[in-house]
Design a protein around this ligand. Structure first.
Ligand SMILES: Nc1ncnc2c1ncn2[C@@H]1O[C@H](COP(=O)(O)OP(=O)(O)OP(=O)(O)O)[C@@H](O)[C@H]1O
Ligand SMILES: [Mg+2]
Length: 322
């Protein structure tokens, strides 16, 4: 054998033995150590996961407890709300009878002595009649609110002429406008518009909007009613040159009992229910209601829409708005 070939053979054997030894040492010590480290890390992660799971389940229990409490408070609130609603409807109902008696007797006394007899009786009777009238309006509004809250408030759709309804409201409110020296105008629509809706309730909406405009417009001011048809919807507007509405108040004024601070004395003339009821009525008809105003001192334009021929027959209970 040639010596260099022997050397190569030995070298190959030595290299092979060395790599086998390295492999064996790596496997025996390094890999074992790595395995141990991995297992330790795994164990520590498992412990951490278990502890986090425990914390989480603790938090879930706390949350469940809170949800239960919330549910109970909610039930209690619903119960109290029902009692309040029932109480209100009983009180309001029972107030109507004595009020109409007071109104009746005051009117009889007034008729018995129409000229007055030189003392203050006539003035007192006038005040009584005015106060009972205001109270009657409040009772009627509270009845509506109570019916809305209990789901008993219904609207009944029948076809009628919208032009005639506007004329009737105009005639009724013209007297109030005259008292305040306000120019009440109406822009007539050239053709007769027939709509299927609850006439009494829609006239309630328009009377409230015009009543508000006359209340808030200044002495000698201007109020205009207009209406037209657009794409199967009636759009009715009531514009005034009164104090207007702040941008931030535009939605709030449709909430029950909400009144803006635009005039403390005018505020006392109402309870902040008219627009809330108007909104319920319009929504029940599938329409919309809103207000536009450039800001304080800039006047206001209240509007509402009604589908002229509603797809769903308008005869359904109105549900309370949040
Ligand atoms: N035309 C208007 N111009 C300025 N502010 C208005 C006008 N109409 C309504 N508002 C504001 O919206 C509030 C709510 O109106 P809403 O008709 O609901 O109640 P009210 O007129 O005060 O009382 P009620 O209608 O119950 O007699 C009013 O108090 C007023 O602050
Ligand atoms: Mg009002």
């Amino acid at each position: 054998m040639i010596p260099w070939q022997e050397i190569v053979a030995y070298a190959v054997i030595a290299a092979a033995s060395l790599s086998l030894l390295t492999f064996w040492i790596t496997k025996k010590f390094v890999l074992k150590k790595m395995n141990r480290t991995i297992m330790k890390a795994e164990h520590s992660y498992q412990q951490q996961i278990a502890s986090l799971q425990m914390q989480l389940s603790g938090k879930v229990n706390v949350l469940e407890g809170m949800v239960n409490k919330l549910h109970l408070s909610n039930q209690e609130l619903t119960r109290l709300n029902e009692i309040r609603s029932k109480f209100m409807s009983i009180v309001v109902h029972d107030l109507r009878q004595p009020l109409s008696s007071i109104q009746g007797f005051a009117s009889i006394l007034m008729m018995d002595n129409p000229q007055g007899d030189g003392n203050n009786d006539q003035l007192a009777l006038n005040n009584i009649l005015k106060a009972t009238e205001n109270m009657g309006k409040l009772i009627a509004d509270l009845m509506d609110i109570s019916m809305v809250e209990s789901g008993r408030f219904t609207v009944d759709g029948q076809p009628f002429s919208f032009n005639t309804l506007v004329n009737d409201v105009f005639a009724l409110q013209a007297v109030n406008a005259q008292k305040k020296g306000i120019s009440l105008q109406k822009r007539d629509y050239p053709t007769d518009i027939t709509v299927v809706a609850d006439r009494f309730r829609i006239s309630q909406v328009l009377n409230n909007l015009v009543g508000n405009a006359l209340k808030f417009a200044p002495q000698g001011g201007r109020v205009e009613i207009s209406f037209f048809v657009d794409n199967g919807r009636i759009i009715c507007r009531v514009e005034d040159n009164g104090p207007g509405i702040l941008h931030t108040e535009k939605e709030k004024i449709f909430q029950k009992f909400h009144q803006s601070d635009n005039d403390r004395n005018l505020k006392k003339l109402g309870w902040g229910l008219g627009l809330a009821i108007a909104q319920e009525i319009v929504l029940a008809h599938g329409g919309e209601i809103g207000v536009e105003s450039a800001g304080l001192g800039q006047g206001a334009m209240f509007w509402f829409t009604l589908p002229q021929h509603p797809a769903v027959p308008v005869k359904r209970p109105v549900t309370a708005q949040a």
